[in-house]
Write a protein that binds this ligand. Structure first.
Ligand code: PMT
Length: 416
């Protein structure tokens, strides 16, 4: 695979201390990284450290005659396959939204034809400020991809949306698609596969509900890929506006409770279960039969937990090979491994979700974990990704069956 050439622009925020690790991780995934720092970034991380980890002198000054003689800024802008700004402060977002070019980094952004991606990091009140949000929207309208920010504890001691995504999460979101294996015709021949997809809707009253942004694209792409691999596919779907893939049996549900019932009523003979639906974790304790009337005062809603469909399938004594998804806004690996263990799954497909990530979009990047392995699939079309996932799931399923026939005491029993 051709090396991906990345300009990593670092602006002056406390999260800049994470950038040496970000450079290491990008390089570990085969990228060539040229660091460009703004003047204030140097307050948080040293050029010496970044030069050591990137293996290239750091660029920071538009007027550095020696550096310009080696590679002028226009040449540098053309060299890049991607410009990644992490952390992106409110200031750099504002400069770029205004189309200004007062320094090397902003000049490169104007002069490049490569995609520009930003991982904002700032105090949560700053992030919510209408001026910052207007700049974000302006940049997004021009095609800049914004990653995060994550929600959580901040360096200032407060908590909220504004943390830069973790280096692993940024790397997963920006690395170019690798050549992924596509589902071989026949790799799921004759198997019965059940896939859940889309959101659930949890009624609050007769006209309102709690839901999420799932479009169903990931689950439907998996259904089509499993069918292409020879499986009989049962697709249990929340409310989406997608066409059922030809040859796939679709069962429509609305709530998590209905999903639970539809899955368990149709599970007989299912050998592989894939939970790609974004199931609500809570529903209203009691949904009102009519429309709740607005009153002068505030109102609060009592929520109770929904049944965990995935965990309930994995708990069955004669369970299918069970694959879950994990949708996270940070700490992807840690949380996904936690769900793999806690829900007793065979595999888990972990994706970052947030603005422009995972939900609704046509492309996705995932990390897949199982007991003795893991594999990353960088950003690619959901159809192509689904095909690669089906291939990986089929091969792990076969290995599990094989392991069972080799041992008296199977580690995980799955249906054949
Ligand atoms: O539909 P798209 O717009 O294409 O977006 C795809 C996606 C982001 C929805 C998909 O890739 C994805 O991540 N699906 C899982 C979303 C989710 O609910 O994740 P979770 O981490 O909250 O749940 C973990 C797993 O438990 C999931 O397999 C989920 O289906 C399952 N679950 C969760 C709660 C519950 N009550 N029952 C469940 O079965």
């Amino acid at each position: 695979m051709q090396t991906q050439k990345i300009i990593l622009g670092i602006s002056g925020g406390i999260a800049a201390y994470k950038t040496p690790e970000l450079v290491r991780r990008l390089k570990r995934r085969g990228a060539e990284v040229q660091v460009v720092m703004t003047r204030s970034a140097g307050e948080f991380v040293t050029p010496t450290t970044l030069q050591a980890v990137s293996g290239k002198p750091v660029r920071s000054n538009l007027w550095d005659a020696d550096a310009e003689a080696a590679m002028g800024h226009i040449e540098l802008a053309r060299w890049a396959d991607l410009v990644l700004i992490a952390p992106a402060t409110a200031e750099i977002m504002s400069r770029l939204a205004a189309g200004g070019a007062p320094d090397l980094l902003t000049t490169l952004c104007l002069a490049t034809e490569a995609p520009v991606v930003m991982a904002p990091a700032m105090n949560h009140v700053m992030w919510s400020n209408p001026a910052v949000q207007e700049n974000r929207q302006k940049l997004e309208r021009r095609g800049v991809r914004i990653l995060g920010p994550a929600v959580g504890d901040q360096a200032c001691g407060e908590s909220g949306p504004g943390r830069m995504l973790e280096p692993d999460d940024i790397v997963a979101a920006v690395m170019k698609p690798i050549a992924v294996a596509t589902a071989k015709p026949g790799s799921m021949d004759g198997k019965t596969v059940m896939i859940t997809a889309g959101p659930t809707r949890e009624a609050i009253d007769s006209v309102r509900y709690l839901s999420n942004r799932s479009s169903g694209k990931m689950g439907y792409a998996l259904a089509a890929a499993a069918r292409d691999a020879g499986a009989n596919v049962i697709l249990v779907s929340g409310p989406v506006s997608l066409t059922t893939p030809d040859g796939v049996t679709r069962i429509d549900i609305e709530s998590a409770k209905e999903l639970f019932a539809a899955v368990h009523d149709n599970l007989e003979g299912v050998q592989i279960f894939i939970g790609a639906a974004a199931v609500a974790d809570y529903h209203a304790a009691s949904a009102s039969a009519g429309k709740i009337k607005k009153t002068a005062g505030e109102m609060s809603l009592d929520l109770v937990k929904t049944p965990d469909i995935l965990a309930s399938v994995a708990r069955l004594s004669d369970r299918p090979f069970t694959v879950g998804f994990a949708a996270e806004t940070e700490n992807l690996r840690e949380y996904a491994l936690g769900k793999l263990e806690k829900k007793n799954l065979n595999m888990i497909v972990a994706n970052l979700v947030g603005p422009g990530l995972g939900f609704e979009t046509d492309r996705n990047a995932v990390d897949v974990y199982w007991r003795d392995g893991e594999m990353s699939f960088p950003l690619t079309d959901k159809e192509e990704l689904a095909s690669a996932l089906v291939e990986l799931i089929a091969s792990n399923y076969e290995q599990t069956l094989h392991a069972e026939t080799q041992t008296e005491l199977p580690v995980i029993a799955v249906r054949d």
